[in-house]
Design a protein around this ligand. Structure first.
Ligand SMILES: Nc1nc2c(ncn2[C@@H]2O[C@H](COP(=O)(O)OP(=O)(O)O)[C@@H](O)[C@H]2O)c(=O)[nH]1
Ligand SMILES: [Mg+2]
Length: 399
């Protein structure tokens, strides 16, 4: 449900404010925004767009406070809060008008007086994204309640920066919820928001060309309680994993790691079959290899390729175990070639052989076992695939 109070011309930019039970913050927020965003005479003022998922009387409070507010206020109340905070912000960005949208919290932890500066800096720097950062000189995160919140925030920032070093090299505060985005520079339909960290989603999937930063001091909550907790923390981890696994490089790294963990069940089974059950080491090695393959397959299905299980399960098992066993046969002649043909040491040849085998198995898994989109049956489907018609973008891959 959406309502606008009052509307006068196209706004130069929109301030998107997600709200979830924030009734005690609305009047103060509107007063401070009205002070911070005076419209030049004869020009339309920026629009404030509340995207509200509240279960209390916050929508009524917004409508009431908007009557005395000189700015244009729009309320978009969602009966179905799809995607949580990130989903709300994405809907707000889709509904925003003007060249820019500024996203900020409703609890006054983000200083309203900085809103026009974010847009001005973006315009002057020709940026697509302007991030209000707590981590540049002049910024601070003192408003984070307590050492625990500060530690969690610091650790998640560090982990995120490590995981997305290239994508976030120009963003010191990827956890920030306060930023300005030049609309129409990012394909919003390609975003898969999950929980709180929409800036991360924008920076990684949206790939803004030019980014600027403005330092700010993160304040304390004006009223009410924080909605972030353990549930949001777990959602954040799922979001991180999904984002990382959305690129082939991320999937290859996870594939290699899972492959390494497969060594353990392989060795344990070998030990059980040879030392405890007295089986000859050759058939034991073949059987132990099957256990390692099953282990890898189970983990890959549950994590890396969770959203790409389009083939029938029996088909996937056959293809994956087929290539994994074939790989054993191929590695022997490769070893012979590397050692006898090229004169490499057996240690180096083994490492190279294992690397080549992992790369081969990954390629087969990506191309022939776990397809990015569902198979279309019959000859028409094969023809369409041959024409590349099924090259759809990756679906979400959160494990
Ligand atoms: N629309 C919407 N807003 C939310 C949701 N969860 C939190 N918010 C808003 O997002 C902003 C930040 O939330 P907050 O609880 O202050 O998170 P914190 O600053 O990390 O403690 C506030 O304006 C909340 O009202 C949600 O599920 N939907
Ligand atoms: Mg807050």
């Amino acid at each position: 449900m959406s309502s606008t109070i009052p509307s006068t011309g196209v706004a130069p930019y929109t301030v998107v404010i997600p709200t979830y039970n924030e009734s005690d913050n609305i009047a103060e927020l509107l007063a401070r925004l009205a002070e911070a965003l005076p419209a030049p005479p004869g020009c339309p003022a920026p629009r404030l767009l509340f995207v509200d998922d509240s279960t209390d009387h916050t929508p009524a409070v917004i409508r009431e406070a908007a009557r005395d507010c000189p700015l244009q206020v729009t309320l978009l109340h969602r009966d179905e809060p799809v995607g949580g905070l990130g989903g709300a912000i994405t809907e707000g960005l889709c509904a925003a008008e003007g060249e820019w949208a500024v996203v900020m919290d409703a609890d006054l932890q983000h200083p309203p007086q900085l809103v026009p500066e974010l847009v001005t800096v973006g315009r002057c720097a020709g940026a697509d994204l302007v991030v209000a950062t707590r981590y540049a000189s002049g910024g601070s995160r003192d408003g984070l309640a307590g050492g625990y919140r500060r530690a969690v925030s610091g650790c998640s920032t560090l982990i995120t920066k490590l995981l997305f070093a290239r994508e976030l090299r120009r963003i010191s505060d990827p956890m920030s919820g306060f930023f300005a985005l030049r609309l129409n520079t990012v394909d919003l339909s390609g975003l898969r928001p999950l929980g709180y960290k929409i800036l991360l989603e924008l920076a990684v999937r949206g790939r803004p060309r030019r980014v600027a930063e403005v330092p700010y001091r993160f304040g304390t909550r004006f009223a009410g309680k924080s909605k972030s907790g353990l549930r949001e923390g777990l959602r954040f981890l799922r979001h991180l994993a999904g984002l990382r696994l959305s690129t082939p490089l991320g999937r290859a790294a996870a594939f290699a790691l899972i492959g390494l963990t497969g060594i353990l069940p392989n060795l344990l089974t070998l030990d059980l079959l040879t030392h405890r059950l007295g089986l000859h080491y050759l058939p034991a090695a073949v059987l132990a290899n099957q256990v390692g393959i099953a282990w890898n397959l189970a983990l890959l299905e549950w994590t890396v390729f969770r959203h790409r299980r389009h083939r029938h399960w029996a088909d996937r098992v056959l293809r994956f175990s087929g290539v994994s066993n074939l790989d054993l046969l191929l590695r022997i002649p490769l070893m012979a070639l590397l050692v006898s043909g090229l004169g490499l040491g057996t240690g180096l040849a083994t490492v190279l052989g294992l690397g080549a085998s992992a790369a081969l198995r990954f390629l087969v898994a990506e191309r022939a076992v776990y397809l990015p989109a569902p198979l279309r049956g019959g000859a028409r489907g094969r023809a369409a695939r041959a024409a590349g018609a099924l090259r759809a973008p990756n679906p979400p891959t959160a494990p």
